[in-house]
Design a protein around this ligand. Structure first.
Ligand code: HEC
Ligand code: HEC
Length: 291
């Protein structure tokens, strides 16, 4: 009797293992295919400049667009994910130092990365949120590329990145923005310039930095990843709708809300939002109150 039960249990377990292995093989093959796809695109290189006003704008943008959050304060690269299930991922060393970009990395390559989410071989970059950058103005993207082009060398080398099984499964279920290049309209032309002023339009332009978590309607919702809190509603129906500009600015610079809540920078990145200027935060608040 016991022998028979053990035998049946063995068969059931065996079948389950085969099903899981089959499913994972399918996921593995399809994510590999997506990661190695070469994108045929018409490239219009961003103009690079050494003008000091352009470089200052670029320096401001690399902080407010979170480049430094992922690539490190000196943009010399940082371990972005190190988890057995998700994988080991490096946000690249963007300088010309050891472990950084090749010496001939130029305007074409910056454009591929920022506007298209692609490497120079035209395969997609992993987790590099280019879909948020592809909607910026040509002037702003050029300023970012120009600033990064002249960064002082940082020598920092890493082991190569590798993707874990959970990241592949979540990407296969479309629960993880693994390859932002897939979300970009590659033929869309950039607008030349967006006027920096306290207007809802400019606020909307800036709010692309918030969309990844607060969603396009800014109403938040489900946590962005397991273990993270619910994302707050920051449209007119949420708390920021009731705050004064001063309270809004103070929250995004200190991480403490008027209701007394403390926001953790790894969940709500106020270390990034604190870098916005008063004008930018007022424009953002105006836009959030209008929706
Ligand atoms: C959410 C984290 C994150 C943010 C924010 C981010 N990056 Fe990245 N970036 C990455 C990762 C991860 C990679 C490496 C991707 C890979 O190897 O597939 C990368 C790669 C790159 C590359 C390498 C391209 C190549 O051809 O090797 C460039 C250039 C780059 N990022 C520039 C930027 C700039 C400039 C910003 C800000 C405007 C920025 N990144 C913001 C995560 C990020
Ligand atoms: C990486 C994800 C992420 C990004 C990007 C992000 N937020 Fe948040 N934000 C959150 C989460 C999660 C919460 C809720 C935190 C909590 O409940 O502790 C939050 C909370 C807030 C709050 C507090 C709301 C309240 O009711 O107290 C404000 C205000 C806010 N975010 C504004 C912004 C703005 C403006 C941007 C873009 C410039 C932005 N956030 C970008 C994840 C994010």
């Amino acid at each position: 009797m016991l022998k028979k039960i053990l035998k049946v249990t063995g068969i059931v377990l065996g079948v389950i293992v085969v099903i899981i292995a089959g499913y994972y093989t399918k996921v593995y093959i399809s994510t590999e295919r997506r990661m190695h796809k070469k994108y045929e695109i018409a490239l219009e290189a961003l103009p690079l400049s050494r003008d000091s006003a352009v470089l200052a704008r670029g320096a401001h943008l690399v902080r407010t667009k979170a480049c430094t959050e992922c690539h490190g304060q000196d943009l010399g690269g940082k371990v972005f994910v190190d988890d057995p299930a998700l994988g080991f991922l490096i946000a690249s060393n963007l300088t010309n130092g050891k472990g950084g970009r090749p010496a001939d990395f130029g305007a074409d390559d910056w454009t591929l990365a920022l506007k298209h989410g692609l490497r120079r071989d035209r395969t997609p970059l992993i987790f590099m949120p280019a879909h948020e950058f592809a909607v910026m103005s040509e002037q702003d993207l050029s300023a970012i590329a120009s600033f990064c082009e002249q960064l002082p060398d940082v020598d920092r080398e890493f082991e190569p990145s590798s993707l874990g099984p959970l990241a592949r499964v979540l990407a296969d279920l479309d629960k993880l923005p693994l390859l932002p290049a897939e979300m970009i309209d590659h033929s869309k032309k950039l607008v030349k310039e967006v006027k920096a002023e306290i207007s809802a339009d400019y606020g909307k332009y800036l709010s692309t930095s918030c969309q990844g978590c607060h969603r396009e309607n800014m109403k938040g919702g489900e946590p962005v990843a397991p273990g993270f809190p619910e994302v707050a509603d920051i449209s007119s129906s949420g708390h920021p709708g009731k705050w004064t500009d001063e309270q809004f600015i103070n929250t995004l610079r200190t991480g403490t809300t008027p209701e007394g809540k403390t926001l953790k920078p790894d969940e709500m990145p106020w270390t990034m939002t604190k870098e916005f200027s008063d004008l930018e935060l007022k424009a953002l608040h105006l836009y959030l109150k209008s929706i």
